[in-house]
Design a protein around this ligand. Structure first.
Ligand SMILES: [Zn+2]
Length: 343
């Protein structure tokens, strides 16, 4: 049984050590540390120390390319994007190409940059990488007058060229089936190449995709993602408050689908539980969601994030300490249950 939590907000190793002891005490046996562009630039050795103290608390450690290139989930800025405007994702509005604040997944410069990230991540001696929500830009443009329009990335020159090579005609302006497929393939090829390198370095690969089959989010055929070479753990994050869904149905349905898919393809299913922006009075749902994932057969459960995301006002729950209590209580209960049923 793997139970974990993500962690960010402190680079004081002694504070992190105390927090990792608290993480283990709460019933966790793994932690996901964010490893942003700022970390890779200014904290590479500090991160190695943070990995070490986490392991001293008996935690398995995963690193997350948090907001790197602004193409993964995460509240972190990207210096890569600001320095490399020619490597950005592009949208097209009325024939005009506009650069977005995200790196293009087909850009060789960005791919090389991710190899450097991976090298630094491997140097920390973490156990694995957590590839979180890799995506391409999508948006609905609703002008004051005129027709609403969908805008999607990536329509940069590199992507246009690759599309032409593959489909033998120009990339269409509409968000049609070919475009949907090309975007999905772009994300999968990008993550697939990283997984391959990571596993050659002895790192485990965990991939988390959005909890929807809506092509706007990129990956709409989960079976194409679960099959990626070098992938060990496959999952999603049914954050019911973000998607405005009923917790029980959303967590249950998505968990069931992930468990079935992973069983078919020999991967370990993982479900992320929302532990941020929990309104006061709804803390109970967090513990309940953990138990639902367990009931559906998930044995690798994680919560975003430590202490109800107390350290970041943008994500903080209204009563973060209460959220964390619910997480800890549910985790401890599952530990006991697991010892009894699955020795
Ligand atoms: Zn592109």
């Amino acid at each position: 049984m793997k139970l974990g939590v993500s962690y960010f907000g402190s680079r004081h190793v002694e504070h992190v050590r105390e927090d990792m002891e608290a993480v283990a005490e709460a019933g966790c046996n793994f932690v996901v540390h964010t490893f942003s562009e700022e970390d890779m630039t200014y904290y590479p050795e500090t991160m190695a120390e943070i990995v070490r103290v986490s392991k001293e608390s008996e935690l398995e450690v995963f690193l997350d390319p948090w907001g790197v290139g602004r193409v993964f989930g995460g509240e972190a800025f990207s210096e890569f994007v600001s320095r490399n405007s020619h490597c950005r994702q592009t949208i097209t509005i009325s024939g005009n190409r506009i650069n977005m604040e995200k790196a293009c997944l087909n850009s060789q410069v960005f791919r090389d940059f991710m190899r450097v990230w991976l090298e630094l991540a491997a140097n920390t001696e973490a156990n694995g990488i957590f590839w979180d929500e890799p995506h391409l830009y999508y948006g609905d443009l609703v002008p004051l007058f005129g027709k609403p329009q969908v805008v999607w990335a990536c329509t940069c020159q590199t992507c246009q060229r690759l599309f032409l090579e593959e489909y033998r005609h120009e990339m269409p302006a509409d968000f049609n089936d070919e475009v949907k497929r090309f975007r999905q393939d772009t994300i999968l090829r990008f993550i697939g190449s990283l997984c391959k390198v990571a596993s050659e370095k002895g790192l485990k690969n965990a991939l988390c995709i959005f909890p929807t089959l809506d092509p706007r989010y990129g990956i709409y055929e989960w079976e194409e993602a679960v099959k990626l070479e070098g992938l060990d753990i496959f999952g999603t994050d049914p954050y019911w408050l973000c998607f405005n869904r009923k917790m029980e149905d959303f967590v249950r349905d998505v968990s069931r689908a992930i468990v079935a898919l992973c069983a078919e393809h020999g991967r370990e299913p993982q479900i992320w539980i929302q532990g941020f922006r929990i309104p006061e009075g709804r803390e109970e749902e967090v513990g309940h969601a953990i138990k639902i994932a367990y009931e559906e057969g998930v044995r690798n459960i994680a919560v975003w994030s430590y202490q109800g995301s107390a350290c970041m006002s943008y994500l903080r729950s209204e009563k973060p300490e209460m959220v964390w209590q619910k997480v800890s209580a549910a985790y401890k209960e599952l530990r006991v249950k697991c010892r009894e049923c699955e020795p």
